[in-house]
Design a binder for this molecule. Structure first.
Ligand code: ADP
Ligand code: MG
Length: 658
């Protein structure tokens, strides 16, 4: 026999059980050599399982040292311990601890997955092991479809998967009838003959009798350590166990190869877990779907509103101010105030910040050209009006100084009038009747959004304001003044400077200033507030969905603690466990995102029938991206705490739970 493999010195394990502390191990010295078959025997509660967990690196000593191959395990980090477990130990439990959702082969494969082997190597090896142990017919069976003896043989195959240098069997026959129990013990004996070190914990002397050495336990102490009186001769080992080719055996410097295999395993387990609890998954999904739908439709709605607003702003001249009579909006005296006059315009025009100012008088009127009639509105303005409001002159010209001074009977018509009265013929020089006043057409305007939004297809004509005042309306006060500001002048500042000037001229504030830029800005601000509100609603719904995910994941971790314990025992790293649960929550969220996007698409299609065309909602790539990104983030954020809980679970405790 070779040298000492496992070495315990002064091993003490204490448990804090409320006020009193329990000493499960009270100072144990034990050496186990490679190739031994040792039975740890003692009554229930004597500390056998505690010792097994220590030996298998699932648990740590409170005091004393434990060396494997001369290496002190106390100094090792969690991942190094996981590596040690993978490389050296195979666990066989009293209650088999197979994962019920996996087939026999898949159960046997698990340790190799965490050792980073690819499917092409591990799958045939798992099959070969099961066939060698007489389960060739039951490869695809679930644990529940197997007898106790068969399940225990599957778990032995699992213990051998990574080599099984040391096999730790804690009451391996405890749940079996005596006949099956002896079969299992024969198998373990055979493994010992093939070179595996075996440590078996049992309370049953008949089981202990298989071993070559019996270490008897009582109350956390070794009371005797002797060779078995008549150890059973092992049956002649007929066939060796299948082994993985030398070069592929797990080595301490096992590379982090095949992380994809571990990821794929995690994803596979996540899908299985979701499928097992379909109703629960569906309800969790519902929360996420609602969240995603609100986020996506909010984004789509926001974009639609933005498009519509951009439409409204198009062509709008924002660098203008308009002055109207009246103390404020809705002043009942507005119509009686007659103080807005042409000299105000002259005064304003002299201000440094004013580029152009024009008086405006307006009235509805009848229009006539030869035998054609129409009704529209006539506006008295100055020549600068058109430039001030951004109305292009497409043909001819506007009024000049002398037209204003002479109260000339000239008119500028808009494209609607041109279309109605002149069709495709040239209107310049023709005479039309504005009310009863004959005027010569000198110009035609083009389109302008502001004009359109105020009148659509109405007929508009413009005459000099002096002409309108004297010859059409018989008054000299104005309806409003339009001011175009110089480029770069801030409308608000201009308004602040213009107001005192006008008050000084009128001695009272009997006018009001329409600052269109300000209006638009407050409109945009309102819209931005709305968008923010909508986005907040989306985020809140998604948060609620995320909390649902977290809730379910926390429950799931508790429910599956035994599974987690098994995985850790066969060598899973903490990161493997964390990854598995994170993938599960991200998967739920991504499925939710896919359903949510589909539902949002349906909503967009349906709303097209109800909303005005310019509010039409589209699922833009940005909305879909938002959905996927927020879903992933939700999964990670709300899955993080449960996944961390799972990874931090104490494997001994986890295995002890039901
Ligand atoms: P055996 O496997 O020989 O039946 P155990 O190793 O399971 O014995 O337990 C040894 C002693 O340690 C028992 O008295 C038991 O109550 C105690 N013990 C085991 N696990 C815990 C624990 N997690 N917390 C408190 N006491 C424990
Ligand atoms: Mg026990």
């Amino acid at each position: 026999m070779s040298g000492t493999l496992l070495e315990l010195r002064g091993a003490i394990r204490r448990y804090d059980a409320g006020e009193q502390e329990i000493l499960a191990l009270r100072g144990i010295d034990l050496d186990i050599c490679a190739g031994e078959m040792v039975a740890l025997m003692g009554v229930s509660g004597s500390g056998k399982s505690t010792l097994m967990n220590i030996l298998g690196c699932l648990d740590k000593l409170s005091e004393g040292t434990y060396r494997i191959d001369g290496q002190d395990v106390a100094a090792l980090r969690a991942d190094q311990l996981a590596l040690l477990r993978r490389a050296n130990f195979g666990f066989v439990f009293q209650r088999y601890n197979l994962l019920s959702q996996l087939s026999a082969v898949a159960n046997v494969e698990i340790p190799a997955i965490y050792a980073g082997r690819d499917a092409a190597t591990r799958r045939p090896h798992a099959r070969a092991l099961l066939e060698r142990l007489g389960l060739g017919e039951r490869l695809a069976s679930r644990p529940t479809q197997l007898s106790g003896g068969q399940q225990q043989r599957v778990s032995i195959a699992r213990a051998l998967m990574n080599g099984g240098r040391v096999i730790l069997a804690d009451e391996p026959t405890g749940a079996l009838d005596s006949c099956t129990g002896h079969e299992v013990m024969d198998l373990l004996l055979e493994l010992n003959r093939l070179g595996h070190t075996l440590i078996i914990a049992t309370h049953d002397p008949a089981v202990a009798a298989y071993a070559h050495r019996i270490v008897e336990f009582a109350d956390g102490r070794i009371v005797s350590d002797r060779p078995a009186p008549e150890s059973r001769p092992a049956l002649a080992a007929a066939e060796p166990m299948p082994t993985i080719a030398q070069g592929e055996a797990p080595s301490p410097n096992e590379s982090e190869a095949a992380p994809w295999a571990r990821l794929a395993e995690a994803a596979h387990m996540a899908v299985l877990a979701l499928l097992i609890h379909r109703l629960r998954t569906a309800l969790t999904l519902l929360g996420v779907v609602i969240g995603i739908v609100s986020v996506v439709t909010m984004v789509a709605l926001g974009e639609a509103a933005q498009r519509s607003l951009a439409d409204d702003l198009k062509g709008l001249t924002t660098n203008t101010l308009e002055i109207y009579p009246g103390k404020d909006w809705g002043d009942p005296d507005q119509l009686r105030i007659q103080t807005l006059v042409a000299s105000d315009v002259e005064a304003l025009r002299r201000q440094s910040y004013v580029k152009e100012a024009s008086p405006v008088v307006a009235q509805s009127t009848s229009l006539r050209y030869r035998s054609l009639n129409g009704s529209g509105s006539v506006n008295g303005v100055s020549g600068g009006y058109f430039a001030a409001v951004g109305l292009p002159i497409e043909q001819g010209s506007t009024f000049d100084r002398s037209d204003i001074d002479r109260k000339a009977q000239v008119v500028v018509i808009d494209s609607n009038v041109k279309l109605r009265f002149f069709g495709s013929t040239d209107p310049l020089g023709a005479t039309i009747y504005v009310g009863k006043l004959p005027c010569v057409v000198i110009g035609v305007t083009g389109h302008n959004y502001q004009q359109e939004s105020r009148g659509g297809s109405r007929l508009n004509v413009w005459v000099p304001y002096t002409t309108a005042g004297a010859r059409l309306l018989g008054r000299s006060h104005l309806d409003s003044i339009v001011i175009a500001l110089r480029d770069g002048e801030a409308p608000q500042l201009a308004e602040d400077r213009l107001t005192p000037l006008m008050i000084k001229r009128h001695r009272v504030k009997d006018f009001m200033v329409l600052n269109l830029a300000e209006r638009i800005r407050s409109g945009v601000a309102l819209f931005e507030t709305m968008s923010l509100l909508l986005a907040t609603i989306g985020v809140i719904s998604l948060t609620v969905g995320g909390v649902g995910v977290m809730n379910i994941m926390l429950v799931s971790v508790v429910e599956r603690s035994r599974e987690i314990g098994v995985r850790v025992a066969v060598g899973a790293r903490q990161s493997d466990i964390r990854c598995q649960f994170l993938i599960e929550s991200v998967l739920v969220c991504l499925i939710g995102a896919a359903l949510g996007v589909a539902l949002s698409y349906a909503i967009c299609v349906v709303t097209r029938y109800f909303l005005p065309p310019k509010w039409e909602m589209w699922l833009s790539p940005s909305a879909v991206t938002t959905a996927v990104v927020t879903a992933t983030l939700t999964g990670v954020i709300f899955g993080y705490a449960p996944a961390r809980n799972a990874a931090r679970l104490d494997p001994v405790e986890a295995l002890a739970r039901d």
